[in-house]
Write a new protein. Sequence first.
Length: 385
Amino acid sequence: MKSPKKRVKMLLDNNFQPDVRVYKEARFLVERGYDVEIIAMDKKNEKLDKQDEVMDGIKVHRLYPRSKYVTGLINKYKIISKFKMFIYFIWLIKFGCQTKTYLKKDSAYCYLHCHDLMMAALAAIILKDKLLVFDMHEYYLKGDNSKRDWMLQKILTYTQNKAAYIIYVNNFQLKGISEENRRKCIELPNYPDIHLFKEIDKTVTSKIRIAYIGAARDYMSLKFFIDASCNPDFEFRIHGIGSSYQELKKYAESIGKNEILTGTYDGINDIEMLYRNTDILYCVYQTKSANWQSAYPVKFFEAILTCTPIIVNKKAPYAKMVIDKRIGFCIDAEDPEALPTLLGNITIETLAEMKKNLYDIRFDYTWDKKVCNLLEIYKNDEVEG
């Protein structure tokens, strides 16, 4: 067995299908001799047949806080879904108890690397004897001075105080962090892994293919995308599922556009081909939430790496970069006519020029250039224990 200093437990609030960012971090550590086990919360019992598996040397152990009885009630009485936040906290507490029991059987580890706020807060409360790494994947506050924000800020501050290290993806997340806690912070942006994109040449097609690739959460932006699909010169696709997927699917079916939504995909094995079949990436979000006002989504950098021109919200933090480097287009995300108007003016020549500009910077924003920042946490353990 490896030394405890070479053993890492990761807590994750999804079932790891895999979660691409988590996979990339875990694989980096495994390649450097660490024993990494991800303890994943399967909230929907989707992987009951795979409680334990190993993926590229990464161990995965899934726990199931959702009982069959509760699942039956949710399916039978839709009104229960209105209390999903309350139900989530019950599952979270149960997952915490399951995790504590599971880790008692294997306590010879040093690092507890927690992905996102609730996993880190949980660890700070119930698992206090390990080095806590708080991996902040996003900005957690809405910025609306609500009771929800007040509560989350309390949890966030408590967790940051308890953490030995804090990982952040962009500078906006440093807002409100104390000077003492800032000294714990390590930057690890959401850049794509170059090894997942070995082939970037586009496949041949008669139409210009425009696609959204990622979690289908922003209903309005994606509805505008579906509405624009009447343009016969373009092929429209939405790859991925999310909180708005079922509503979007229902809407697409109502207007005879069933083929636009393709459903889930494997973020490791499918992502290269998705971009090879995409000529323009639709990367538009409403900017009403603080997270979307500040986020630099990984798909933005995937588009750069794969030389795929990008359409973004003109209010997005990366809009200026799109304009200055001439790598895409900016539109008003709240105007339903903005996308159809833009598509009517796009030419093959314009896209070719943008692809050339993208090619010149394609290696500037890659995971391999930043992932070594993890060694600031695991710096003393490079020698095999």
